[in-house]
Write a new protein. Structure first.
Length: 330
């Protein structure tokens, strides 16, 4: 097996698969209140097409698969897709990122199908503020979904992703940090990135990981850093008394592109070699016009050989990605 490697010598181990561009939330840092124009159903890759791409990728050493959206669980029968992908030889890790509102019903079927890990978006534990940022009054359902997921020890770790926005997140930090101490959740604060569909992102709205860490340490004393794997997007910390883990994903203030091992597949079959790509590689056409696995492999290797070295958020003249977050899938 010849591992999939980019033009900078980085081994690509992780594929994020968007299974739909649709979502049942309207988070302010992601999409407008009215939503976006959704892909037509026949534009979206079928489970069989997704399974085929994952199988070809796994044959090149891509062994970490994460399912994303939009909101992946709004697509029907995602546990069926999980079961398909869990049987693909070479897939060692299967995870899913969700807003959690459908987890109360689907956590069990997802685990039975073979899901290993879960990331749940959670920006506030206050009902009014949760509704303010997601434009949905759904905090109780998300917490019920988390409680349901907790019932399955096989589904670990359970990570909570909090998008950190200056002027909003500061007051959320104590409650979220306390949650990491009380429940088996790893709470991660993710810096706000210029991937919002409204294109209103401003640098001064980025609340950095270092600032959040300082706020947490004001209350709980110095956090202890935990070693993380080289390609990890998060810096991991535990509380001094050992109760709970906190993570900081700092793509703006501490970019981690040098060890990036990720590529992405959009719901309509476009391969993106970077979250901030302005170029995509079409896999849908070859998938639907009889390309062989070998031809797919050649196309993927060619695309990855052109993978961007890094994002350019901090560079003069930064140009936004060609799609917004919900159309890429994070
Ligand atoms: S911005 Fe692009 S290169 Fe950097 S870590 Fe993300 S996907 Fe990788």
């Amino acid at each position: 097996m010849i591992p999939l490697t980019d033009g900078w010598g980085r081994a690509i181990k992780s594929l994020r698969v968007s299974v739909t561009d649709r979502c049942n939330f309207r988070c302010r840092y992601c999409m407008p209140a009215e939503g976006l124009e959704w892909l037509a159903r026949d534009e979206v890759l079928s489970f069989e097409e997704l399974e085929r791409v994952v199988r070809v990728m796994a044959g090149m050493g891509v062994d970490e698969i994460r399912l994303t959206g939009g909101e992946p669980l709004v697509r029907r029968d995602v546990p069926t897709l999980v079961a398909l992908l869990a049987r693909v030889p070479g897939v060692a890790d299967l995870s899913l990122t969700t807003n959690g509102v459908l987890l109360d019903r689907l956590a069990g079927p997802l685990v039975e199908a073979g899901l290993h890990r879960l990331n749940v978006s959670l920006d506030s534990l206050n009902h009014a503020r949760f509704a303010e940022i997601t434009r949905r009054d759904a905090l109780d359902r998300v917490l019920a979904g988390l409680a349901e997921a907790e019932r399955y020890p096989a589904l670990r770790p359970i990570k909570l992703n909090c998008v950190a926005v200056r002027g909003f997140t500061e007051v959320e930090i104590p409650a979220l940090a306390e949650l990491a101490r009380r429940r088996p959740y790893v709470v991660r604060f993710i810096e706000f990135m210029p991937l919002d569909a409204d294109e209103v992102w401003r640098r001064d709205e980025v609340l950095s990981g270092a600032e959040i860490r300082a706020l947490i340490e004001e209350s709980w004393g110095p956090l202890e850093e935990i070693p993380a794997k080289a390609s990890s997007t998060a810096r991991r910390f535990r509380f001094a008394d050992g109760a709970g883990e906190i993570g900081f994903v700092n793509p703006v203030s501490e970019p981690f592109c040098s060890s990036c091992d990720r590529i992405r597949l959009t719901a309509d079959g476009q391969l993106r070699t970077c979250l901030f790509s302005r170029r995509e590689w079409d896999l849908k056409e070859p998938l639907r016009t009889g390309a062989s696995d070998a031809e797919l492999e050649r196309l993927i290797r060619f695309a990855v050989s052109h993978k961007e070295l890094k994002h350019r958020i901090n560079d003069e003249g930064f140009v936004r990605a060609s799609r917004s977050m919900s159309q890429i899938g994070g």
